[in-house]
Design a protein around this ligand. Sequence first.
Ligand code: 6GU
Length: 244
Amino acid sequence: MNINVISVFPEILESSFKGLTGKAIEKNIAKLKLIDLKEFSNNDYGSIDDAPYGGGEGMVLGIEPLEKSLNTIEKPGHVICLTPQGTVFNQTKAVDLSKLKDLTFVCGRYEGIDQRFIDNYVDEEISIGDYVLSGGEIAASVVIDAILRNIDDVIGNKHSVYRDSHSEGKLKGHVYTRPSDHQGKKVPEILLSGDHKKVNEWKLANSLWVTKEKRPDLFKQLQLSEKEMILLRQYGDFVKKKHD
Ligand code: 6GU
């Protein structure tokens, strides 16, 4: 996958491409190109933004530097603008985008991007949630990380991608490691039993329970099977007994 990022502060992205993303780059699974928008000013002052027509707060990124920087990319592919006005990103979107070969991210800054650039060149606008960040760079790192995790061989154990939170519309459940008893707080007994069928049932029930408690909005969307409903009910009874 070829990923291009156009940004006023590409150095913000550099540091985040070390962990998982760094590995993907090392393995030649992803190629990353950071483009510094500051190099594409079209005036003597070197600026790439200007005051908004009609007045108002802040500065708007101009169409000309954006267009010039985009034109340096051989194959921009699918062009995504990161902005709080975009569609909210989720796991389904991450999986869909992970199938593309060429992706270009344009990071918004200041008070926005000239609408004509968006109209002419941008395929979609993405936001990472309902809050405002100072710029799209951190959002781009978030989106790129979430996309790369879904490409074969990026994560050592491909299986873990499927068990991740959100991949099946429910959250990952509780996990434990040694010691099995920490000052009287014990790991759930079933996990130590070695009975794989029981362990998997517990994991499923626990994951459904966690989703129901923490994200009732996601839980409502789930279509539970008869068996899942029974497991969840048993798990609920167990939790209730512990608290009685
Ligand atoms: Cl993509 N950009 C900015 N500036 N703020 C955001 C965002 C993006 N997503 C949520 N808030």
